[in-house]
Design a protein around this ligand. Structure first.
Ligand SMILES: [Zn+2]
Length: 312
């Protein structure tokens, strides 16, 4: 399709990250409604670059403003993005579209603005010469992924993506990324990475049933988690999925650069898992259990993936 930024046909216009003055929000809502009306099989929207840019157009309501010295300043219709998301959600719900419907993309997240999105795509940064954990550091990932403010998170890796200063797409880098991100309940997009490594763990998670209705996620920052997986040194963190009476799928990550050998005490009584075996999910081999403790060697910036199975 050839687009030209003039003429009477509305489909000839293409705008990215423009100023969202009220009439444009109205127009976009009209176009979204028509899009779903004309494409019954369409299930949702992905919005790239969805934010309102600062604008100096004095014809727009609430954009540019003058200060006492007579100089013109730009203003951004930040909350117009929220209004547009809200109207898009309403339209999709009106047409009975299934959850999740609205995938928004803004790495520098302003929670209140994106409150009507179902999923936010984050992480679009290369790590240059550093590996994933050295670049991101835990507090920054917590900010993006710990989910304290609600929206679901999807992460886009960027190895070998020149525009964002990608970094080498090695097994070690990919595993460093997984060591950090598997501590959170996030979906990792299999692009600019080694998809084979990612899909191996996704397959394990699906076999375990992380999306089943009885599956729970407990992050390392939660009290119930700390009681279930105990004895970890400060730079080793663990998060897990658990299905009461059935089993648990645990990630234990070494955020330190040096290899560590860690005795891990497991207690899943709270979820009616009291007689169990422990399997290394990557190799399928059983791990020796002493009472309720397993001793794990974990490489630097790497992780172990354990499957706990309740015995009959
Ligand atoms: Zn404007």
């Amino acid at each position: 399709m050839v687009r030209k930024p003039y003429g009477p046909n509305p489909d000839d216009y293409f705008t990215v990250a423009g100023c969202l003055y009220p009439e444009r929000v109205d127009y976009l809502a009209f176009k979204i409604d028509r899009l779903f009306k004309n494409n019954p099989r369409l299930e949702g929207l992905y919005w790239d670059e969805n934010y309102s840019l600062p604008c100096r157009d004095t014809n727009h309501k609430n954009c540019a403003y003058l200060t006492e010295d007579g100089s013109l300043h730009e203003g951004a219709q930040l909350y117009a993005m929220r209004e547009l998301d809200k109207r898009a959600q309403s339209i999709m719900q009106m047409y009975g579209k299934p959850f999740p419907r609205l995938l928004v993309h803004n790495t520098d997240l302003v929670p209140a603005v994106y409150a009507f999105g179902d999923i936010n795509l984050v992480g679009e940064r290369g790590t240059g010469k550093l590996d994933f954990i050295d670049y991101w550091g835990l507090p920054r990932i917590e900010n993006a992924c710990a989910g304290a403010w609600g929206i679901n998170i999807m992460w886009t890796p960027q190895w070998e993506q020149a525009a964002t200063g990608g970094g080498s797409n090695t097994i070690a880098n990919n595993r460093s990324m997984l060591a950090a991100l598997k501590l959170f309940d996030v979906n990792i997009w299999e692009n600019y990475c080694l998809p084979k490594i990612l899909s191996k763990f996704r397959a394990t998670e699906n076999r375990f049933g992380i999306a089943e209705s009885d599956a729970l996620f407990r992050g390392y920052w939660q009290k119930e988690n700390n009681q279930a997986v105990a004895g970890l040194p400060v730079f080793v963190k663990s998060s897990f999925f658990v299905r009461p009476g059935k089993g648990a799928l645990i990630y234990i990550s070494n955020l330190d650069k040096a290899k560590q050998t860690v005795p891990v005490k497991l207690d899943f009584d709270r979820w009616q898992i009291n007689k169990f075996k422990v399997i290394d999910a990557e190799t399928g081999l059983a791990i020796k259990l002493d009472q309720r403790t397993v001793v794990l060697g974990i490489d630097g910036h790497d992780f172990r993936n354990l499957l706990i199975e309740q015995l009959p």
